[in-house]
Write a protein that binds this ligand. Structure first.
Ligand code: GCV
Length: 677
């Protein structure tokens, strides 16, 4: 008898599920990629049934029990018949789950030799690249979600700790299946109440559900909490009373949640309190919290997303200016990580990599990605984000290290979650792919986007190549399409004020460094932000080879041209076309790609279940109309500076610029972006 040993629950959704049927089964989205429908390929089904006869999980450890439950659910579904659960292997085809430490059967196996024998074909040995693979929820205690487009918060604070939603477990299952091992439950725009005893009991209840799945909970710490809930007169990080308050708070948290992960902090940014309120540094603030958590093994993830309109420097330079000097003098405790967004601005469709990734010599770094697509069409637009993330993970910082790509310079990934109370979790079928992709990349940052897309499509839709190939192609083209119709050639932050959904290149007034005109610098001469030495000189924050590449008009990539250069409307680009002609072409290409996605999807009629087919079709209709909205509003606005004509045959806008300026975001009472007035 040769039992098959499974030593990790993560193996669950791999090869078995890849042998699913050819027509996708109806699906309301709840099961995500964990859809255990019966294998439709009859030869493959017979092969699997013959190979798997029973399930043996002897350990009573909660994690092993969770693995057993998931395997039972998965195998029963995939094989279309119950797989008996036994206490010990009784026959060929036993699936034995455990580790040498908790299963006699596995301990007795000559595993090392067997694995050696299995040779290089073995495809199941996998270790995560990062130890921190976290979802950051921007969930508020009142149930709303900042930049959330999938309903209310999953966390039912009013009902906790007594009532436990079954969704907590299903959320943990989904995360565990892709290797996510931490959840920050609360918004970085933090509420101190989460640190009160009543709320900590609720957090503990969630942590209990997550624990068997290897998921730790983390919280955001509001810097002014000692004043707001502690009754102190100050939150000065060097004040002895404040330090004692945080130390006692950490002790209390760990008494309630023994495996608590730590804090995420947004300080002195966008109105959040922080150490600079007391003329202290970010290091003073982070270290105070780090000292409180250190005795318990907790960490502080201190965000580098800091900028101030009172600082005259280009907004995208302020994080390096702030954190590099502190790093240079080794100012941070060892349990502090600096968490920077992928780019120096704010989760745009395309940005260069954050220069901080090449600059910090001593302090460990986390990278924060945004799964929720605040600036990328939110719930309705189909935009697969893995290519965006792949681009930044592979970017070379030229830091003086043996490996200097961004992936090698960070210790973990945090993804701003796109999960909410909607039945399908993410607000759309394709947004689920971004949650999935985030987990896969946090586990293995070198995974190609195409491989991630393919495995997701196979697990979510179908194995039929007539479905897999076109859907993967749509996903892979989708990010560049969004870049083209929203912010081509390196433009950024051209979204409407506040909700960031539709176009607003004209947005001016109010806080300058949050306006479109600050970033586009459109004038009668041309377009784009000069960040070379003749402008803000943001290029100086990159290592010499990167700096040289971005500074020179000969080498700057076209897709970052206007991020780094102010270019004349009739200047010629490398394409041979003028900036004006190239811009027009990119906007049109964005619209055309969405139309191609529509045609491609329409071709799947009859191959994808009718409900999902229609849902996606409807959202693609919205995306096509909104891609035109983006193109026309933007082109008309740029034209008011360039005074150049549209070439013959260019799709003319149906409306005037004024009409677009007055146009409001489509109201949707369920979405935070635009409420009907
Ligand atoms: C949580 C952007 C978003 C804010 C968000 C902020 C941040 O500015 O628009 O909603 O606040 O980033 O990352 O802190």
């Amino acid at each position: 008898m040769r039992p098959l040993a499974l030593v990790t629950v993560l193996a669950l959704c791999g090869p078995l599920s890849s042998a699913r049927g050819q027509i996708s089964a109806p699906d309301d989205g709840y099961d995500l990629w964990l859809r255990y429908t019966r294998v439709a390929d009859t030869a493959r089904l017979a092969e699997y049934r013959a190979a798997i006869s029973e399930l043996v999980v002897t350990s009573g450890e909660p994690t092993m029990q969770a693995a057993r439950d998931e395997l039972a659910l998965g195998l029963n579904g995939l094989l279309g018949r119950p797989v008996p659960v036994a206490d010990a292997p009784t026959r060929d085809g036993s699936v034995v789950v455990g580790t040498p430490a908790n299963s006699r059967t596995i301990e007795a196996l000559p595993l090392a030799a067997a694995l050696r024998e299995a040779g290089p074909e073995l495809n199941v040995v996998s270790a995560p690249r990062y130890s921190l693979r976290l979802l950051d929820h921007w969930d508020n205690l009142d149930g709303t979600v900042e930049r959330g487009y999938a309903g209310a918060s999953l966390w039912e604070w009013a009902r906790l700790p007594d009532s436990i939603s079954p969704r907590y477990r299903d959320y943990a299952r989904a995360n565990a299946s892709i290797g996510i091992n931490g959840t920050v439950l609360t918004n970085v725009n933090a509420n101190a109440l989460i640190l009160t005893p009543a709320y900590l009991m609720k957090v503990a209840a969630i942590a209990r559900v997550f624990r068997p799945y290897g998921i730790k909970v983390y919280l955001t710490a509001r810097f002014s909490a000692p004043i707001e809930i502690g009754g102190l007169a100050t939150a000065d990080p060097l004040d002895a009373g404040v330090r004692a308050w945080w130390a006692a708070k950490a002790d209390e948290i760990y008494r309630t949640i023994p495996d608590f992960g730590g804090f995420v902090v947004k300080a002195n940014s966008e109105g959040q309190p922080g150490p600079q309120d007391y003329h202290r540094s970010h290091a003073d603030g982070a270290n105070m919290l780090a000292d409180a958590l250190a005795p318990h093994g907790g960490i502080v993830m201190w965000r580098a997303f800091v900028y101030s309109s009172e600082v005259p420097t280009d907004r995208v330079m302020q994080a390096v200016d702030e954190f590099e000097p502190l790093d240079a003098r080794g100012a941070f405790r060892t349990n502090v990580l600096i968490q920077a967004k992928n780019g120096p601005l704010d989760f745009q469709p395309r940005e260069p990599f954050h220069p901080l990734f090449g600059r910090m010599a001593h302090t460990p770094l986390m990278m924060e990605l945004q799964i929720t697509k605040e600036y990328l069409g939110q719930d309705t637009h189909l935009v697969f984000l893995a290519p965006l993330w792949e681009e930044v993970l592979r970017a070379d910082t030229y830091a003086p290290d043996p490996r200097s790509d961004v992936a090698a310079r960070i210790r973990g990934l945090a993804g701003v979650a796109n999960v909410g109370s909607d039945r399908d979790w993410c607000g759309s079928d394709f947004n689920q792919a971004n949650w999935y992709a985030f987990g896969r990349l946090a586990w293995d940052p070198m995974l190609p986007s195409a491989a991630i897309a393919e495995s997701w499509v196979r697990m979510t839709f179908s194995n039929d190549p007539r479905v897999v190939r076109p859907v993967v192609a749509m996903m892979l083209a989708s990010r560049e399409a969004a870049v083209n119709y929203m912010t081509p050639l390196g433009l950024a932050h051209q979204m409407a004020r506040g909700h960031h959904y539709g176009p607003g290149p004209w947005v001016a007034g109010g806080r300058a460094d949050q306006t479109s005109v600050y970033f586009n610098r459109a004038d009668s001469i041309g377009l784009g932000f000069d960040r070379t030495p003749t402008g803000s000189n943001a290029v100086r924050q990159y290592a010499a080879p990167v700096r040289a590449r971005f500074t020179s008009r000969d080498s700057v990539p076209d897709n970052l041209l206007l991020w780094f250069h102010h270019v004349g409307w009739i200047e010629h680009l490398r394409s041979g076309r003028t900036l004006w002609e190239d811009l027009l072409q990119h906007y049109q290409a964005g619209v055309d790609t969405v139309r191609w996605m529509q045609r491609t999807w329409d071709g799947l009629d009859g191959l994808v279940d009718a409900d999902r087919f229609r849902r996606v079709q409807g959202f693609l209709r919205i995306q096509e109309a909104e891609a035109r909205w983006w193109r026309d509003a933007s082109v008309l606005y740029w034209q008011s500076f360039s005074h150049l004509p549209l070439p013959p045959g260019y799709e003319a806008s149906a409306h005037s610029l004024e009409w677009y300026r007055q146009l409001r975001c489509p109201p949707d009472p369920r979405k935070p972006r635009c409420k009907p007035s």
